[in-house]
Design a protein around this ligand. Sequence first.
Ligand SMILES: [Zn+2]
Length: 317
Amino acid sequence: MNTLQNPQSSQGSSQETSRQAFPYRGRFAPSPTGPLHAGSLASALGSWLDARAHGGQWLVRIEDVDTPRTVQGSDQIILQQLIACGLYWDEEVVWQSKRTALYQAALDQLNKDQMTYRCICSRKHIEETLRANGAELGRHEELIYPGNCRNQNRHEEKAAIRVSLPSSCVLQFKDRMKGVQSQDLTTQVGDFVLRRADGLFTYQLAVVVDDHLQDITHIVRGEDLFSNTARQLYLQQILGYQIPSYLHLPLVTNAAGEKLSKQTQALGINTNTKEATLDALNTAASHLDIWGDALKPLSTIDEWLSIAIKIWQHKGW
Ligand SMILES: [Zn+2]
């Protein structure tokens, strides 16, 4: 396997024993579409600090399930950047692209429980149905699936597989930073896709299966992923999984107010020197609202991180 050895990972110990000893297991799950930028570093740092502040474990999972979007080599760059920042992980890194049999097994369970159906609708066909129903559609809007294929009992080989939501499906949950939240999946999302017509598993299914199999108890991630939470809670429920706790970190935006991403040409962080790395960490800390004078005069990354853990603990999220 294409693994990058973590200098601080514990070798030889039984993962099963160590899991039971840790009531907190968190993770950072980047998509390898480019190097870490200020936004993804803030997510990495926030989830690492939360795990360390709770005496927990912190895992790294490469979310390359959407293989066409993956940029060759960026997984290794991300891992090197994490190491440069002193953000060491506790177990071997996993790659979603190597775990498709696990996602298929979860999908098989839902198929067997008659929680899914096959759908052959194109995006155009869905848009036409929604317009015919009187909906006004924005250009990049996520479409609320109108259920065209729902009772059609389709058997086509090349079809997407959607989850079949109940007629009312309001999910309520508590976000540690945002408080109590709720979403009506039936009216705000619609039956969503678990496996695409091209055979790729969706983020929604893969992330829920992985968080379950890796015994993740605490999810700390960027606000941009917040809108997926209710879908993931629903899948956790129907698959009979434990529900983790959620904390969504404030979104890091550029001067134009756009989310930092490859699409908005966000630059990769510079970890070439210790000074540059500390600069990147200071910027991430200010995005997370934990920057303070105590972090300023420190000369080593390890010192900086141990102070940052204490500041995080004081925040009491
Ligand atoms: Zn359809």
